[in-house]
Design a protein around this ligand. Structure first.
Ligand SMILES: C[S@@+](CC[C@H](N)C(=O)[O-])C[C@H]1O[C@@H](n2cnc3c(N)ncnc32)[C@H](O)[C@@H]1O
Length: 456
């Protein structure tokens, strides 16, 4: 055991899935923020719990060759990135290991081939969406990002992973707030007006949307704000006021008022155009999205003859990638506005072999199956909590030839794979894709095939 404030020498022998270094003292696990496997550190114990302790690095005794100086001056405090103390290559290897460990430990898949993570050539300024909280600092209104494990706002300038227009939009809204003494939101009391500044950027079209999240449907001097945004952001296509007067951490409310320009912006991926609205999901790293979708379509192995289900389809992005190569595609998504956009996206891209349904995949797919609608290939891209068991049960009964599982959470992916592989499917291979460079988030795709024994 160790005790609080004790200074120990520690060899870092592993890393947690959050990127903390792990060492052992007399068999007792000690987690060290910012340490890399292979390093030796002198560390101070700052917290002791029943099964592990947490320590802070006091001094490096041996540094990893993968250690680099973080490029962001706010790195230590900001809750956004957590892997900037490693080389990019090391972060890619780390993410591959996270996938491998989860598939083995939770999924029971010891032998599955996990490919090297597909990384970015230039992993900077890659995000097309930023969400900046607005609040009151010591010297007045502030906007930036929450500090690690806290809701204190750090005023970050020139964030290295955001598009520069996002920072510009945030700064201009903040300037406007200060100039006209507009009250900012107080999370504790629920009072105040402006809560967040959200930006969305079509990387391939250059179109920009700025969303101001407020508790009421009016902001003072809005025309002056719009004029300022128009001057500084040349391709500004849309300014939206989003109303959120609920308590809690959800950023966007349900109601949107278009203050300037159009209700949506457009982006393209490959040869396809997509409409992006304030509320619907759109992958945040467009460069890697094309790589992710192309890999998913490659795994689907479409020849033009297949019926495809794209479940959790958002605005129909994967559906339309698949529709270019399949006979028919059915997309299912729970957000009604996203399905409306998916239908418009299909029309705009002249893909007539698609159908879209609003509702929970676990409710719609059993219904479709009852009506005799089945798929040769099912693509799933669920949120972090993974697939509902009812959906997985239906897929087991339906027995498509292939399931392509796109996941942003390797642990729920592994849980779902365990269930599928115990029920007539084989997980063949896995491809991690770095959608979120420098953060601990890991995205990967798994190719799952119906077992030979179940082939009809
Ligand atoms: C990770 S996103 C993927 C979206 C899309 N495939 C893409 O690449 O843009 C997950 C999507 O699942 C939707 N969703 C969440 N729970 C759902 C459910 N139970 N049934 C259907 N869709 C759901 C979310 O609204 C979101 O659009």
């Amino acid at each position: 055991m160790v005790s609080k404030n004790e200074i120990i020498e520690l060899e870092i022998t592993g890393m947690t899935h959050e990127g903390l270094g792990v060492g052992k003292k007399d068999g007792f696990a000690i987690f060290v923020q910012g340490a890399i496997d292979g390093e030796k550190v002198r560390a101070k114990i700052i917290k002791v719990l029943k099964n592990y302790a947490v320590a802070r690095i006091e001094e490096f005794l041996e540094k990893s060759s993968s250690r680099v100086e973080p490029f962001c001056p706010f790195y230590k405090r900001c809750g956004g990135c957590s892997l900037q103390h490693m080389t990019y290559e090391k972060t890619l290897a780390f993410k591959k290991q996270v996938v491998t460990d989860n598939l083995a430990r939770i999924g029971g898949l010891q032998d599955i081939k996990v490919h090297d993570t597909l990384g970015m050539k230039d992993p900077v300024n890659y995000r097309n969406k930023a969400q900046y909280p607005v609040g009151m600092g010591k010297e007045g209104p502030v906007s930036g990002f929450f500090a690690r494990r806290s809701h204190d706002i750090i005023e970050i300038k020139d964030c290295g992973i955001q598009h520069p227009f996002s920072d510009i939009a945030r700064d201009l809204v903040l300037e406007h707030i200060k100039k006209y003494n507009i009250p900012v939101y107080n999370e504790e009391t629920g009072e105040g007006l402006i809560r967040h500044v959200v930006s969305k950027i079509g990387f391939n079209t250059g179109e920009v949307m700025v969303v101001i999240v407020a508790t009421k449907p009016e902001i003072p001097q809005k025309q002056k704000l719009i004029d300022m945004l128009k001057t500084k952001i040349p391709n500004l296509k849309s300014v939206i006021l989003n109303i959120n007067n609920t308590r809690g951490n959800v950023i966007l409310g349900k109601e949107n008022i278009t203050l300037y320009g159009s209700d949506t912006i457009t982006d393209c991926l490959g040869s396809l155009f997509f409409e992006i609205s304030p509320l619907s999901f759109y992958q945040v790293n467009p460069v890697q999205t094309e790589i992710l979708y192309n890999k998913a379509i490659e795994y689907a192995g479409l020849t033009g003859e297949e019926s495809v289900f794209d479940l959790y389809c958002g605005i129909g992005t994967i559906s339309l990638f698949a529709a270019q190569k399949a006979k028919r595609v059915i997309g299912v998504e729970v957000v009604p506005e996203a399905i409306e956009a998916a239908k418009r996206n299909a029309v705009r891209n002249r893909l007539t072999n698609t159908e879209f349904y609003v509702g929970k995949a676990e409710e719609i797919v059993p219904q479709l199956y009852k009506e005799g609608k089945t798929a040769d290939v099912v693509i799933v891209d669920p949120p972090r909590k993974g697939c509902d068991e009812v959906l997985l049960k239906t897929l087991i009964d339906m027995a498509p030839k292939k399931i392509v599982y796109v996941s942003c959470n390797p642990s729920t992916l592994a849980r779902d794979l365990k269930y599928l592989t115990a029920n007539g499917f084989e997980a063949q291979e896995s491809q991690p894709v770095d959608m979120f460079p420098w953060t601990g988030h890991v995205e990967c795709i798994v190719l799952i095939k119906r077992a030979e024994s179940r082939m009809k």
